[in-house]
Design a protein around this ligand. Structure first.
Ligand code: HEM
Length: 106
């Protein structure tokens, strides 16, 4: 079995300066992103067949949530986030997992 360490690649400062900074704009310039350094949907002939659908689905979902709720990290969430060493597959990549509170605003 070969495992591609996507999360490590996505946080490598050689490819992404200041990788811990929340900077969604870094992904705006699609043409300058090397596909081998950005592969949430895999690469090559077996990559995700629904990547475009998934992106639209996520954007729609986020839009609806952000329109109606204020979201804050819950007290039980460990901040700053600490990555779990050796996490592979669908297991959690951060210590203690992600926890948020949702306050309805509309
Ligand atoms: C954010 C959501 C999603 C992510 C991050 C994601 C990611 C991935 C990744 C990493 C692969 C493996 C690619 C590879 O082996 O190189 C994959 C394969 C696949 N995905 Fe997704 N996926 C998402 C949503 C979806 C949805 C919504 C569907 C279907 C409606 C879907 C259908 C598939 C299928 C059928 C494959 C296997 C393709 C093949 O083996 O030829 N995915 N996806």
């Amino acid at each position: 079995m070969i495992i591609i360490p996507t999360i490590a690649i996505h946080r490598d400062p050689n490819f992404y300066p200041d990788p811990e900074k929340f900077d969604p704009e870094r992904f705006s310039d699609h043409k300058n992103i090397n596909p081998y350094y950005y592969m949430p949907f895999g690469l090559g002939p077996r990559n995700c067949i629904a990547s475009r659908f998934a992106l639209i689905e996520m954007k729609t979902l986020l839009f609806k949530i952000l329109l109606n709720f204020e979201i804050e990290p819950a007290k039980r969430m460990i901040l700053p986030l600490k990555l779990v060493k050796g996490a592979v597959g669908p297991s959690s990549y951060v210590e203690g997992d992600f926890w948020f509170t949702f306050k309805r605003i509309s």
